[in-house]
Write a new protein. Sequence first.
Length: 507
Amino acid sequence: MNRLGNRGWLAYLLAGAAITGTTLFSQRWTVAGATALQVSAVLAVLYGLLRHRPARPVFWWLTAAGLGFYAAAQAWWRIGFGGTRPDIPTESYDDLLFFLAFGCSAAALLVLAGRYVPPVQRRADGLDGLIVFVGMAGVTWTVAAEPFLVGHDGNASAVLLFGTYEILDLIRISLAGMVVLSAGRRSTAERLMLGGTLTQIVGDVVFTTAQAGRNVYGWDPALLTGLRITELQDLLWVFGSVLIGAAALHPAMARPAVARSTDGRMSRLRLVVFVLLAVACPLLSGGFRPGSTTTFVPVLLSAVLSLLLVVRMGVLGGLVQRRAEALDAALRQQDELRAELEHRATHDSLTGLANRAALTTAIEAATARPPGARGWLVLLDLDGFKQVNDNLGHPVGDELLVALGDDFRAVAPDGLVARLGGDEFAVVLGPATAETVEERAAALLRVASLARRVAGHPVQVSASLGLLDLDQAGTVARALHDVDMALYAAKGAGRACYRFAAAPAAN
């Protein structure tokens, strides 16, 4: 039963299409059948609201109201004039009903467009809708509006009425264009609803254009054998209502439209539509009607359309510029983050000196060079630092380590100074003689033993050093082992001194 209910929209659509087709063969059946179908579409929307209970029902309530007014207006038109009325509805109650129908339809499309368009891009999409409005106004002016005005010259009420219909239709076309041109995939219910709305709009355009053409050119309303303009427009109006009714019966109508962000970008479909409007509007500005001299309005609309397109290109250019700037900022931020991560991976967080990983890399690079170009490795351990930490606290000890690190870096500006953890440091020097290295070692001992005042406390420590000629080291592990042995030798000799690592024994 549930599955059958979910297929009810398809049964309604097929039945509605069949009944719509049969209305072409009988004038009497057209009046009854077409009106019944339009009323059934209203009932279908109301049933869909009751059955599926959409989260945002405002759109469907407005749609139901629009279909109801539409059905009432066209029933009045068909019954009162036999479906062969010679002109647009004028000075009759059905005008008010049509206006209410168009107003509800436009309001429903406005609600739908608001759901499709995220707030961040409503300015760009609103501008696109205005472009469609002005472009279609330029086209319809020459094709329909001017011919109608010529045929009703001096009839102010008819002109006002026609203008109202045209403006309402243009508003609906613009809003429908905003929805259709929006990005993303649509549900079956959304496609049916948009198809029905566009079908009804096409019916309005066909009717208005045909009537205007008949007034000026004397067109025979017959388009095909046995099919007249009045019948074609009725076919489109009625079948549009059937499509909307089927959309309301579809289970997908309960799912609200989801805003699909395009960040103001212009899709290919939008570009094609804008190009067609930009070409059609100026081409028709010379007057589509033979002998037309009223070119001011289409020329003005063409100018406004060109201005809007330039503004739209400016918006798009601004978007491109902002995206380029955002991308550039993101890349800079990424580079800065990468540099920061690399720095953290190779540097001590307290002193900012190189860490053990960086020291290992430096020793690997040195031992890879040929002997004579490898340089020296100095391992330094503070004497008396534990007492500073125990007596004065770790904050004082940390501040002392930072000060010592700066001093060690000043003594060996051309070398790599690293903190290995705790109170242990290392220095990688370039190639030098033993005498030069001894001078550097003496300088390191001197700055390590300086009397200092740290956080208001007098502090003094010393250091023991192990020195290794990297020409004697074959591997990183061997180098660290040998220099560590030299450091222990310095500590065993009484501290505050340095010792060279012993040369490896000859085989």
